[in-house]
Write a protein that binds this ligand. Structure first.
Ligand code: CAA
Length: 259
């Protein structure tokens, strides 16, 4: 399927989703969010895809929600726009496949929020992060008040959101917002290598790990452990568990079938 604002490529079990509005620094308008929604559905249903990479075309990852679209919104329209972004990002976060953000440049406002809805963030040394919404007279609207505090802690999230300050990739690494910082020309190779390593694991197990971690982050530890016991048991109903353990015992390469 062709999209106006997003490029979707699939190769060797990996899907690459590139936000492609470089003239507007990949700002997310409703049209782009709806395209992303459709792409997430497609990737979720595609059993050949084991890992997803999200990145941006040009010098930005995503420089935020589209300010020109938001400028004249009414209260109801603002709420609708926020709900749209949140729905799409939550779907991405809950998609049963690992998602890596390859943060190539500006990840501001909705862009920082998009990266935080991904499982892992790898940043170019040129990347910049921030939630500058308060300087525009709004709050973060695509989950920033919720995910940033969960990822970097309440005090740091409040400082970043209250001040709107933009931080560089090294500072993002220091506060735990990104997993790794690499030179710009090495970013895609690094992210693809990570995606390939993940895609070489049993995909159903990876999916269940993701769900267990995501759920566990939102509940008490006993509920989380009970859920882990549940998904651990479920793994033994899969062919890939038999394959993974048999291959280990037989000292041969494993061949996972996503079943
Ligand atoms: N929305 C719409 N257009 C945007 C945009 C955005 N978020 N960010 C950049 N653009 C556009 C600019 O208007 C400009 O368009 P024109 O060429 O037509 O003038 C083009 O992209 C290039 O941008 P700049 O000339 O500003 O590029 P720069 O290199 O000088 O600056 C920047 C880069 C610091 C990222 C600057 O563009 C900027 O501050 N952008 C806005 C960042 C921001 O405030 N993001 C938060 C948005 S609110 C939000 O996201 C709400 C939410 O949580 C859902």
């Amino acid at each position: 399927m062709e999209f106006k604002n997003i490029i979707l490529n699939k190769k060797d079990k990996i899907a690459m989703v590139t936000i492609n509005r470089p003239k507007a620094l990949n700002a997310l308008n409703s049209e782009t969010l709806k395209e992303l929604d459709t792409i997430i559905d497609e990737l979720y249903a595609d059993e050949e895809i084991f890992a997803v990479i999200v990145t941006g075309e040009g010098k930005a990852f995503v420089a935020g929600a589209d300010i020109s679209e938001m400028k004249d919104l009414s209260t109801m329209e603002g709420r609708k726009f926020g709900l749209l972004g949140n729905k799409v990002f939550r779907k991405l976060e809950n998609m049963g496949k690992p998602v890596i953000a390859a943060v190539n440049g500006f990840a501001l406002g909705g862009g920082c929020e998009l990266s935080m809805a991904c499982d892992i963030r790898i940043a170019s040394s040129k990347a910049k992060f921030g939630q500058p919404e308060a300087g525009l007279g709004i709050t973060p609207g695509f989950g920033g008040t919720q995910r940033l505090a969960r990822i970097v802690g309440e005090g740091m999230a409040k400082e970043l959101i209250f001040t709107g300050k933009i931080i560089d990739a090294q500072e993002a690494l220091r506060i735990g917002l990104v997993n790794k910082v690499v030179e710009p020309e090495k970013l895609m190779d690094e992210v693809k290598a990570l995606a390939n390593t993940i895609a070489a694991q049993a995909p159903i197990a990876v999916k269940l790990c993701k769900t267990a971690i995501n759920r566990g982050m939102q509940c008490d530890i006993d509920t989380g452990i009970a859920y882990e016991a549940e998904v651990f048991g479920q793994c033994f109903s899969t062919n890939d568990q038999k394959e993974g353990m048999t291959a280990f015992i037989e000292k041969r390469d494993k061949c996972f079938k996503n079943s």
